[in-house]
Design a protein around this ligand. Structure first.
Ligand code: GSH
Length: 201
């Protein structure tokens, strides 16, 4: 029987697919891809921007964009999300969209400034990106109780945990965010997180 294949790198956006597949107790293959390979014709057919992650499904179809991958996995494994027609379900999409379109991209703007502005202003671009992330994180800090949708970690929480791992100044980020600090502590010892992170050691 075929299994899912996650194309990515150990601490990149591919983590969300790995966390969710592990939480849903699905076997998957992890395929490491270098930045250079991402620009090869074959990979560009799967992801036109040459970005990771890409999820290849057991039927051979592939999906890119972490939001689309997360949505696919939530639909396949409903235990990862609140029930349909509940307000928590709406909030889940809201939080995921906020993280996928604002916070994730603000990390991209900081780490890949060359895509956005000339080298001379890369520091300023990074600072503006960090200010934008702060708006999102401050909002999520208020929502945490202790996870984003209540007392149980769901797909959306794995997404939040993943993006916090990229922060270049986590101490500063957490300084005024006790709930986010506690959340990260809890997620760090979650079975699925421990298993995925150990698999990359
Ligand atoms: N919107 C995309 C963003 C993906 C993305 O920015 N991936 C990063 C790694 S985490 C990447 O491939 N960066 C390399 C580049 O942009 O050249 C998603 O959510 O999947």
């Amino acid at each position: 029987m075929s299994i899912y294949k996650v194309i990515g790198r150990p601490s990149a956006g591919s983590l969300i697919a790995e966390f969710l597949l592990t939480e849903a107790k699905q076997k998957y293959e992890f395929k490491f891809i270098s930045p250079e390979e991402c620009n090869e014709t074959e990979f560009l057919k799967l992801q036109p921007f040459g970005k990771i992650p890409v999820l290849v499904c057991p039927d051979g179809n592939s999906i890119f964009e972490t939001m689309a991958i997360t949505t696919h996995l939530i639909e396949k494994f409903p235990q990862l999300a609140p029930p349909k027609d509940s307000y928590k379900r709406d909030l889940q999409w809201q939080y995921l969209s906020l993280m996928g379109t604002s916070i994730y991209l603000a990390y991209h703007r900081q780490f890949y400034t060359r895509y956005y502005a000339p080298e001379e202003v890369s520091k300023e671009v990074g600072k503006l990106a960090s200010d934008q992330r702060e708006i999102g994180y401050s909002y999520l800090e208020k929502a945490l109780c202790p996870y984003l949708l209540g007392d149980k970690p769901m797909a959306v929480d794995f997404y939040l945990f993943m993006i916090t791992r990229w922060d270049p100044n986590i101490k500063f980020l957490l300084e005024d965010k006790p709930k986010l600090s506690e959340f990260i502590k809890n997620m760090k010892i979650h079975d699925a997180v421990v298993s995925v992170l150990n698999s990359h050691k």
